[in-house]
Write a protein that binds this ligand. Structure first.
Ligand code: ATP
Ligand code: MN
Length: 282
């Protein structure tokens, strides 16, 4: 590797050739460069939102761990202290700039999960995420049907929704909430939407998280729309068996794109096309 090739956004990338995914092979520098290139698209969704990351410091052979707290405060990262249940202050952090994002990747954070509110309006969430988790016996077509049924309900409620692959086993349906709501109202709204699904199609969907209620059904996961819960960010890589991305896609692609199909190379091609989430923040 040429000198300077492993300096990205002014940050020196250590162990650039470390293998993070074995087959097909993806190295740490591949991931850094991926995030550098998708940053203009990804940053609006993660910027100034409390983040939890998944780190994998030893690459493909090592363990991964979920991380909510910061130990090194780099440029482009913000810190925030919040009261926990016991009344003690706990620190959380958020990414402010591309540099902050790259500094996280340099520290082996490859997967990014975010809150539904920004730090400026921490108690007024604005991004609602629904996830569909099927009973093991159901196939992907049942999940796709679920996504379509959910969209019908959201359309009926005049809520514009956006679709992304989870990069794992399913799809996420995301709604930008324009109404000012506190977390309790936000959570109840999400719950009521799941309840509507359940009421309309009781054999297909459940709003109950318990596995015993899920026999042959899909759980409409609304619970993540709770204060301090997270969902994987658009454009984030998933640390699963292969290097797939949670990718914004068009509604018309639902039947064509598998949940873990979009790779980092595909994602970089996709960002050159018309952005299916273009008007998300408008
Ligand atoms: P899939 O489509 O494969 O189900 P997903 O993104 O829908 O992927 P998970 O990755 O299982 O689902 O995550 C479920 C929820 O838990 C998400 O809201 C995520 O932000 C959160 N989460 C993931 N890992 C952890 C963890 N280790 N600790 C706490 N919360 C986590
Ligand atoms: Mn899921």
């Amino acid at each position: 590797m040429k000198r300077n090739e492993n300096i990205v956004m002014g940050i020196k990338i250590s162990n650039p050739d470390k293998v993070i995914f074995k087959n097909p092979q993806v190295t740490k520098i591949d991931i850094v460069k991926y995030y550098e290139k998708v940053a203009p698209f990804m940053l609006p969704f993660i910027k100034n939102r409390i983040v939890s990351v998944i780190r994998k410091p030893d690459g493909y052979k090592g363990d991964k761990f979920f991380k909510k707290h910061l130990e090194t405060k780099n440029k482009g990262i913000g810190l925030i202290y919040l009261d926990n249940d016991k009344g003690n202050k706990e620190d959380y952090y958020y990414i402010k700039t591309v540099k902050g994002l790259i500094s996280e990747v340099q520290m082996n954070s490859y997967e990014f999960h975010i809150w539904g509110s920004t730090i400026k309006n921490l108690e007024t969430p604005d991004v609602m995420v629904f996830d569909l988790d099927p009973d093991e016996k159901l196939n992907i077509n049942a999940v796709r049907m679920g996504v379509k049924d959910l969209k019908k309900i959201l359309d009926m409620l005049n809520l514009k929704s956006y679709l992304k692959t989870s990069g794992g086993k399913g799809y996420h349906v995301v709604v930008k909430i324009k109404e000012k709501m506190n977390w309790e109202e936000f959570r109840k709204t999400a719950k009521n939407i799941a309840l509507l699904m359940e009421a309309k199609w009781p054999n297909k969907y459940t709003s109950n998280i318990r596995l015993k209620n899920r026999k042959n059904k899909i759980f409409i996961d609304w619970v993540r729309n709770t204060r301090s819960s997270t969902s994987v960010a658009p454009y984030s890589i998933r640390l699963r068996d292969k290097c797939s991305v949670s990718m914004p896609i068009k509604w018309s692609e639902l039947d064509k794109v598998e949940p873990n199909e979009v790779t980092i190379e595909d994602a970089l091609k996709r960002i050159k096309r018309k952005n299916p989430w273009e008007d998300f923040f408008k």
